[in-house]
Design a protein around this ligand. Structure first.
Ligand code: UFG
Length: 346
């Protein structure tokens, strides 16, 4: 499938953060994104580049109907539950939505004869597994998820890989490190309910629109004692999905690829970048560690570079934080998320 072909691409979870940015990027490269989303976490306002089919990811018949109605040629699969802490306290729905949902999708693709899948995976499949702070993680490193969220994403990857071997599907699993930033247009951005991610919370605190930030631990074995993460701009992630949809890969291939900038930033460095972007300090205090946080997650992104020709263009920390601030100061949608930042009940 080539860019400019107007081929229809089903984007499950396309009303969510990374899904909406990918739908926009697909449209810009001449594909027709068809969003499939139940709007349980996504936003109607984020579906702007093609039709919305409202449906549950576990509903095989509805998926199949959407694929035939729109003549879908490939699927990009984001729909799923993403909150690590919730997966620890209530794992059942994660296995149901992330694993059974992927199973239903694979069955529908097989029935409809859709040959290509790009799967939204995560650095959470790796866990910490004996790495020193700052060590780069490559795709073949040990997988030791530290949460049920990571377990379900790894299980879904393995199910997809088996499906490729058995049925000739071609699939790419993209393992994101820390998705961040927002499209510079200001029409879509990060809006989670509840918001748990560092950059939006730091900016909300600095804008006076949220609680003071709590840094989850400063006693990790890293240079400044706070966790290292690899922040990658959501538009760079979107570009990788578009490349994976069009990549020349033999039928039956399954490939997993890291998407990160290949550079670690500490929580303190992120807080400093937020203060630079805001031109004022970010009120913060040190709190206890958060359960399940690995000290260091930094990607070796060389496989995505060589296989997809992927080169991050906006993933330096200051650009990410500036783009995030433009959105955070004036989000086009996000009411619930903003209330949750102020600590108000839903
Ligand atoms: N952090 C704080 N205070 C906060 C929020 C976050 O100190 O209020 C810290 C975290 O402890 C962590 C870093 O900021 O060290 C980044 O935290 P985020 O919540 O922004 O992101 P995570 O690294 O926890 O999450 C990312 C992805 C998940 C994925 C996970 C794997 O968003 O999908 O990595 O560990 F599962």
């Amino acid at each position: 499938m080539t860019p400019g072909s107007q081929a229809a691409v089903l984007v499950t979870g396309g009303a969510g953060y990374i899904g909406a940015h990918t739908a926009k990027a697909l449209a810009e490269r001449g594909y027709r994104p068809v969003v499939y989303d139940d709007l349980s976490a996504g936003f109607r306002e984020a579906v702007r580049w093609g039709p919305l089919v409202r449906g549950d990811i576990r509903d095989e018949a509805a998926l199949r109907a959407a694929m035939s109605e729109h003549g879908v040629a490939a699927v990009v699969h984001f729909a799923g539950l993403i909150e690590v802490a919730r997966s620890v306290s209530d794992p059942g729905p994660f296995w149901d939505v992330n694993v059974s949902g992927t199973r239903a999708l694979l069955a529908a693709m097989q029935a409809a004869g859709v040959p290509r899948l790009v799967f939204s995976s995560t650095a959470a499949v790796y866990g910490q597994a004996g790495r020193a702070a700052g060590d780069l993680i490559s795709e073949d490193d040990e997988k030791a998820p530290s949460s049920p969220y990571g377990d379900t994403k790894l299980a879904a990857e393995r199910m997809i890989a088996a499906h490729c071997r058995a049925h000739g599907l071609t699939a790419v699993a993209l393992r994101y490190f820390n998705a961040s930033g927002a499209d510079p247009s200001g029409v879509i951005g990060e809006a989670h309910e509840p918001e748990t991610h560092l950059i939006p919370l730091a900016l909300a605190a600095g804008l006076g629109d949220g609680r003071p930030l709590t840094l989850f631990g400063d006693d990790f074995d890293t240079a400044d004692g706070t966790c290292l993460r690899d922040y990658v701009h959501v538009n760079d992630l979107a570009a990788a999905h578009v490349a994976a949809v069009g990549a020349e890969l033999a039928g039956g291939t399954f490939e997993a690829m890291n998407l990160g900038a290949g550079r670690g930033h500490s929580v303190r460095e992120v807080v400093a970048a937020a203060a630079r972007a805001l031109g004022r300090p970010v009120p913060h205090a040190i709190g206890p560690r958060r359960a399940g946080d690995p000290p260091s997650l930094v990607a070796d992104p060389s496989r995505a570079r060589s296989r997809l020709g992927w080169e991050p263009a906006r993933s330096d920390l200051d650009t990410i934080v500036r783009d995030a601030l433009r959105w955070e100061a004036q989000p086009a949608y996000a009411a619930g998320g903003r209330a949750s930042r102020r600590g108000e009940a839903k």
